[in-house]
Design a protein around this ligand. Structure first.
Ligand SMILES: *Cc1c(COP(=O)(O)O)cnc(C)c1O
Length: 369
């Protein structure tokens, strides 16, 4: 023990550093591979929109200036299309940051944060950061169990995190079930609807969630430019929130949390409706194709409402499938010991994944227990 370093704040010992999906270059280096595809982090396989690239070139001449701390132009554009007031929007360094800022603004020590098991990892770190208590409810058939969640609300529940669709399972909840759940949430408890994959939902799952956000209310909707808009590397997310909640986030938000290149790119991506349509159409077409192809090979993919597919496996085999695929130049993401998550790629990428699975061992077709 060195004498100088201060002790970690109690409660943070169990907080592990986030383990991101492996970058392509690292896998190329480690395994001596030329062609590596990444289907690990739900990024947009089309690459950035050409409009974004043009906007970035124009904006780079201004990088000696601090960014616009209020994201003014982006705010106006988003508010215009979503028909909300600019003051009902908050912008973050990815929606990840907004999840943390909501915790910072509202959680007191001992408060409860309610969410589901097997959901987005940041929901589990936020309560730890704030000395709040995490309460989780098991998934039911791979989906959020809103009945059980409602039953788990206590007088101490301050924030409820709901990923819709869920990451990593790709399932969505029915709009009427969500509406029924919201009716059971008491005042003073904030419901955060994380809609990072909202664009990929089939018609029957589309929720009128923006209509549930009203001043004086307790629903916040989070969305992101990282997935369908193709900007994961630039880090822009936003929230549509009751005015009081937006103002609370403004109090704790670092002044220049969204960079100038990120703002310029997000504005360009926001206006490129054709790119988003193409991205979503590709993901929906290919997830169907991939689900069927996997099913034909004896796997049991969970029907997805997002741009990734969740694959239950025999217990204890997820790691080995992950490393075997790595050796063949395909990066996916293990999700615990008994499942993996695979981002839906382009057709050639998905075909390559299937070839690799076939090569690993056609006889060892994994089936869920
Ligand atoms: C990808 C993802 C996000 C978006 O994160 P950013 O910080 O905006 O890149 C948020 N929530 C969930 C559940 C996600 O999977």
């Amino acid at each position: 023990m060195s004498p100088g370093a201060p002790a970690l704040r109690p409660g943070l010992e169990t907080l592990a550093p986030y383990e991101p999906g492996k970058p392509i270059e690292e896998v190329q280096r480690e395994y001596g591979l030329a062609r590596v595809i990444k289907l690990a982090s739900n990024e947009n396989p089309l690459g950035p929109s050409p409009r974004v690239l043009r906007a970035l070139r124009a904006a780079q001449k201004q990088v000696h200036f601090y960014p616009d701390g209020s994201c003014h132009r982006l705010r106006q554009a988003v508010a215009g299309r979503l028909r909300c007031r600019p003051g009902n929007l908050v912008f973050g360094n990815g929606s990840n940051e907004l999840l943390v800022l909501l915790g910072l603004a509202f959680l007191r020590p001992g408060d409860e944060v309610l969410t589901s098991d097997s959901s987005f990892v940041v929901y589990y770190t936020v309560p730890k950061l704030m000395d709040a208590r995490l309460v989780t409810v098991p998934l039911r058939e791979y989906a959020y169990d809103l009945e059980a969640m409602a039953a788990a609300i206590s007088a101490k529940t301050r924030i409820v995190f709901i990923a819709n669709p869920n990451n990593p399972t790709g399932t969505a909840v029915r709009p009427r079930d969500l509406e029924r759940f919201l009716a059971r949430v008491p005042p003073g408890c904030l419901v955060v609807l994380d809609e990072a994959y909202q664009e990929y939902l089939d018609a029957g799952f589309r929720t009128p969630s923006l209509g549930w956000v009203r001043d004086g209310g307790n629903v916040v909707v989070l969305r992101t430019f990282s997935k369908a808009y193709g900007l994961a590397g630039l880090r822009v997310g936003y929230g549509i929130a009751p005015r009081e909640v937006a103002q609370a986030v403004e109090r704790v938000r670092p002044p220049f949390n969204v960079g100038s290149l990120a703002q310029a790119a997000a504005l360009a991506a926001w206006s490129d409706a054709a790119y988003v349509r193409r991205s979503v159409a590709l993901a929906r077409r290919e997830r169907r194709w991939l689900e069927r192809a996997l099913a034909r090979r004896g796997y049991a993919p969970v029907p997805s409402q997002a741009n990734f597919v969740f694959l239950p496996l025999p217990s204890g085999t997820a790691r080995s499938l992950f490393t075997r695929l790595l050796r063949l130049g395909v990066i996916i993401r293990p999700a615990g010991e008994a499942s993996v998550r695979i981002t839906v790629g382009t057709r050639p990428q998905n075909a390559r994944l299937l070839q690799a699975l076939e090569k690993i061992s056609p006889a060892r077709r994994a089936r869920p227990d």
